[in-house]
Design a protein around this ligand. Structure first.
Ligand SMILES: [Zn+2]
Length: 325
């Protein structure tokens, strides 16, 4: 498979006001439906390991068949687009501000990973498909996707004041590191580097706290964009799947951190480590130890902060365990 073009990915909308506006207009029946979705989401977590993915098949007049696979169409979730029966020469896939081209190539699986960022505003989205053969557009169709609202929990935390109001001398460091991270997440391998299913990076007490609104020292600060797994300091942390290490550094907020590129825009990160055991540029295998757990950076005790992105879209890492790659 070849990704011929990539533009910006993910449905990222920073206008929280729009979000509030949307919620205010919702009728009661929709709110009850949304509450049901939230509850079913919590229950599916309890049935860990059960295949919770949903799928939808799209057939075209050209004979091409696509499968859309997702856990839930909600903020913070990935969406797989698989070209399961390729007849045409090329498939163009357009979603939000992103566009992708897949080439008909029987030697490789042909799919895309799209990410609905944790801050995505709920509502109707359109996925457009174009099929081209012999240089001619042979079919064009739109698939409507209804992104449902998701109610994330809130949590108050007390941390060292230097992380809430960073001292002046570290402001330049924070800026430099945020630019570095933006650069790291802006380009990914055009080939899928992962192999088989994704795995948990470590066994431990897992908090499904993805999307939690965090209030540090009584000041609302940020959204928690990963899950935390409590493990003792020194516990081995494993790669969730194969890929290339694109960062292995000590950062102000996330402490000693490893980021792995799995290809097609999918990245996993491992933070607050006490020791880095992987180097930037290194290819790692699924399950390979990339570091030891710790409590470096903005952390209240030894744990792994595990996060996943599809380019800049921040998604729930636990979703990868259920999608059936
Ligand atoms: Zn965390």
């Amino acid at each position: 498979m070849k990704l011929l073009k990539k533009f910006r990915q993910g449905l990222k909308d920073n206008k929280k006001d729009n979000n509030t506006e949307f919620k205010r207009r919702l009728p009661l029946s929709v709110l009850i439906f949304m509450a049901g979705l939230f509850l079913s989401g919590s229950l599916s977590f309890l049935k860990a390991g059960a295949a919770a993915a949903e799928s939808r098949t799209v057939e075209t007049s050209t004979g091409d068949v696509f499968e859309l696979r997702y856990r839930q169409l909600q903020p913070g979730e990935p969406l797989l687009v698989l070209w399961i029966r390729a007849v045409s020469d090329y498939a163009g896939i357009f979603f939000g501000e992103s566009s992708y081209w897949l080439k008909n190539d029987s030697r490789q699986r042909q799919f895309l990973v799209l990410g609905l960022d944790v801050m995505t505003v709920p509502g109707e989205r359109v996925l457009e498909l174009e099929l081209w053969s012999g240089g001619q557009l042979s079919e064009k169709l739109a698939v409507n996707l209804n992104v449902a609202a998701r109610d994330f929990p809130r949590k108050k935390l007390t941390v060292d004041q230097k992380y809430v109001t960073p001292p002046r001398e570290v402001l330049a460091r924070i800026k430099r590191e945020s630019e570095l991270l933006a650069l790291v997440y802006s380009s990914s391998s055009p080939d899928w580097l992962a192999e088989g299913p994704f795995i948990l990076p470590c066994e431990g007490n897992l908090y499904p706290n993805f999307g939690q609104q965090r209030i540090y020292n009584n000041v609302p600060r940020s959204v928690h964009t990963g899950v935390d797994i409590a493990v003792p300091a020194g516990h081995p942390i494993r790669a969730t799947n194969s890929g290339r290490v694109v960062l292995a550094s000590d950062l102000y907020y996330s402490g000693k951190t490893v980021i792995i590129d799995h290809g097609l825009g999918l990245f996993s990160s491992y933070s607050h480590l006490s020791k880095l055991l992987a180097r930037r540029g290194e290819m790692v295998k699924s399950g390979q130890v990339v570091g030891l757990a710790g409590s470096t950076g903005l952390s209240t005790g030894p744990h792994l902060h595990w996060a996943v992105r599809v380019y800049e879209a921040r998604i729930d890492p636990l979703s990868l365990l259920e999608l059936g790659f």
